[in-house]
Each structure stands twice: as C-alpha cells, then as structure tokens.
Design a protein around this ligand. Structure first.
Ligand code: UDP
Ligand code: MN
Length: 235
C-alpha cells in the first residue's frame, strides 16, 4: 500500500496524437514548461497512433487510461492544439474533482466531453472509457458525455468554444484533415440511437466497447524530457 502511494502521479495529461508536428512542438516548447512549474508531480503522455487506419481519438485515450490505471488520481484528456495560459493552469488545472463530477475545462459548446477535461481514475473506469470503434473525426466526445450522464456523473463546465478566451486559451484551428466519411454512422450509433435506449440497453452498450475490452500493441515508448513520454501504439 505504501509502495503504491509513493509511486502515485498527481496528474496524467493524455494527448491523442498523429501527424500534428507543429502543434506538438508548440505544446512542448510553450505549454509543458507551465505544467512543469505549476503542476508538480505530473506527466504528459502522448499516445501516438501508427499510420494505416483512420485516427481513433477515443481509443488512443483509452490506451492512456489503461497504461496508467491506478498510477494517478486524475487524468486529463488534452487536444494537442489547445494551449492553456498560466492563468488557466493556475485557476483550473489544480481544482479538485470528485468521483461524481467531471471538470470540463475547455469543451465544445455542443455539450460534449472533448477538448480539455479532468476526470478521476475511478470515474473513467466506472464509465468504461470511450467506445473503441469510433474511427475518423467526431462524436467520441459526445459518446463520453453520454456515458457520464448515464452514470450520473455531473459535468462542471468552465470554458467552451462558443467564444474566444484569450486570457485562458490559445487554440490553433488551422488543420483541415478531418476524415468524415464514418461520421453519419458513428453519430447514429453513439448519439441518436444510444440516447433512445432504455437503461438496461445502455448498460449493455457501454459494456460492449471500452476499457474492459481494449486491445492494442505498444510499438515503442520514449521520453522527450523528464515530464513528457510518447507511447506509439498500433490499434
Ligand atoms: N489529432 C491528431 N491527428 C489527427 C487528428 C486528430 O493528432 O490526424 C488529435 C489532436 O490532439 C487534435 C485532437 O486529436 O487536437 C482533435 O482533433 P481536431 O483538432 O482535428 O478536432 P477539432 O478541434 O476539430 O474538434
Ligand atoms: Mn482541434
């Protein structure tokens, strides 16, 4: 018990990633130093997907939850193109979060759990993480929101993308590589259909795909510096 406590990390910041080198460079040069100074005993873990399949943001984040399960109290899911200011880190990143809540530090105005969220290890396991079958752009953030609601996890929203918050967030929005052809199918399955299910069916759906049946292969792990690790995975 003592041994486990001694090795606990306060925050694991997970970044799903592939082919966004300029954004990653900016993040490592400008944002990681803020974390280093103001979020002690924390780690940034970049989960990088190999080439070949469509990007799967939810599944990459699931890999991060799995790799660090029971090694941290808090997980952040963090897009690589969203950079908090010192004010944002200082006021929001250090807030405590209960198992009944998830903190939406910077999310979509469409009531989803994308962008930057802070969630406890217990909660993310309780809701079984993201579904593993959302390939291509979109909807995994809504699927996580649906799961949280189903388990009565309450979202505390701090900032949304409805307007600019230059004092809190620097966001790059210049990437147009979204692969949308699965979006109608994914939206139907994980949004429209899910919301119409009864509780028993929802429970079954949540258990059908997520942390409980995640499969992946770690290709390579390397440290960029004493705070940042890159885990390359085949999913
Ligand atoms: N992402 C990535 N490579 C991709 C697609 C997405 O690294 O090809 C990661 C990256 O962290 C990005 C996040 O997934 O910030 C969300 O994707 P994107 O920024 O395109 O979504 P949007 O901001 O439009 O919701
Ligand atoms: Mn983005």
């Amino acid at each position: 018990m003592l041994y486990i406590k001694h090795n606990m990390i306060d925050n694991i910041i997970l970044i799903p990633y592939r082919n966004r080198e300029a954004h990653l460079d900016y993040f490592i040069k400008n944002t990681v130093p803020l974390f280093k100074e103001h979020l002690p005993n924390s780690k940034v873990v970049i989960i990088e997907q190999t080439e070949g399949k469509l990007f799967n943001r939810g599944m990459l984040l699931n890999v991060g939850f799995k790799e660090y399960e029971n090694k941290t109290k808090y997980f952040f899911t963090h897009d690589v193109d969203i950079n908090p200011t010192f004010k944002c880190v200082n006021e929001f990143y250090k807030l405590g979060v209960q198992d009944t809540d998830v903190l939406g530090i910077y999310t979509s105005q469409c009531n989803t759990l994308g962008g930057i969220i802070k969630i406890t290890n217990d909660t993310i396991h309780k809701i079984n993480g993201f579904p593993n079958d959302i390939w291509g752009w979109g909807v995994e953030d809504k699927a996580l929101q649906n799961r949280a609601e189903f388990f009565n996890i309450n979202k505390i929203t701090l900032l949304t993308n409805k307007m600019e918050h230059p004092e809190y967030i620097l966001r790059f929005n210049d990437t147009d590589d979204r692969e949308r052809h699965n979006l109608p199918y994914n939206t139907q399955k994980h949004y429209t259909t899910f919301q119409r299910l009864n509780n028993e069916e929802k429970n079954k759906e949540v258990l059908s795909s997520g942390l409980n049946n995640l499969e992946y292969e770690v290709i390579n792990k390397k440290s960029i510096n004493d705070m940042v690790e890159v885990i390359k995975v085949e999913i």
